[in-house]
Design a protein around this ligand. Structure first.
Ligand code: SF4
Length: 185
C-alpha cells in the first residue's frame, strides 16, 4: 500500500475499504471499543469546532486533564532545559505533578554507551531516562527534543503512555516541515 500514490480514488475517505487493505475492519473496530477513554479524550480536542483553537502544548494539558493523568514525566534534551523549565511551570500552573528527567541522567560517558566512540564526555542516556521515569510511575511521558534514534530506544523502554511535544531538528528550529519547504524552493 502507498496511499500517497493511491490507485483506488481515495475511496477510504468515503468510508469504503479499498482492495489494498490487509486487516480485518471489524477486528480494528473491536480494538477501539477497548480504548474508549483515550479515543474520546483525543476527540474532545478537535470536536465541536475546537480543531485549530489549541496549541500542541494546550492540547497536551487538556488531554492530560481529560485522561485524569496525575503524574507527568518530561523526558527532555539537556540542550532545551531553559524551555523545559518554562514548560514545567505551565504544567504546574495547571495543577499537574511533574517529574522532569534530562537525557544526561546517570552521567554515563559516550564511550560506555557506544564502544565505537572515542569520546568520554557525557552521553545521552535514553534507556536510563525511561527507567528513571518508570521508577517515578508517571502516567504520561512527554518527549521534548530527544535525538533521532534515542527517541526509539526511549520508547522501547518506557512503560507509560508517551507523546511528543518537541521533535528535534537542529537545522530548522525543531520544525521539520520548514526543511521541506526549503527543499521545494
Ligand atoms: S483508497 Fe486505499 S490506497 Fe487509496 S488512500 Fe485509501 S487506503 Fe490508501
Amino acid at each position: 500500500m502507498d496511499c500517497t500514490t493511491c490507485s483506488f480514488n481515495k475511496q477510504c475517505r468515503e468510508t469504503e475499504v479499498c482492495p489494498a487493505t490487509s486487516f480485518d475492519r471489524d477486528e480494528v473496530i473491536g480494538k477501539y471499543s477497548e480504548e474508549t477513554v483515550i479515543v474520546q479524550a483525543a476527540a474532545a480536542l478537535v470536536d465541536a469546532g475546537r480543531a485549530g483553537t489549541l496549541s500542541r502544548l494546550q492540547e497536551t494539558i487538556a488531554f492530560a486533564r481529560q485522561m485524569n493523568y496525575k503524574r507527568i514525566g518530561l523526558a527532555y534534551c539537556y540542550g532545551m532545559e531553559q524551555q523545559v523549565q518554562q514548560i514545567a511551570d505551565v504544567f504546574r500552573e495547571n495543577n499537574l505533578n511533574i517529574r522532569a528527567v534530562s537525557c544526561t541522567v546517570g552521567g554515563i560517558p559516550q564511550n560506555e554507551v557506544n564502544p565505537a566512540s572515542e569520546y568520554c564526555t557525557v552521553s545521552c542516556n535514553p534507556i536510563g531516562q525511561a527507567m528513571q521515569l518508570n521508577h517515578h510511575k508517571v502516567d504520561l511521558v512527554i518527549m521534548i527534543g530527544l535525538c533521532m534514534g534515542h527517541d526509539i530506544l526511549f520508547q522501547r523502554e518506557i512503560k507509560a503512555d508517551c507523546t511528543t511535544l518537541v521533535v528535534k531538528d537542529r537545522m530548522f528550529n525543531h520544525a521539520p516541515l520548514n526543511g521541506l519547504l526549503q527543499q521545494k524552493s
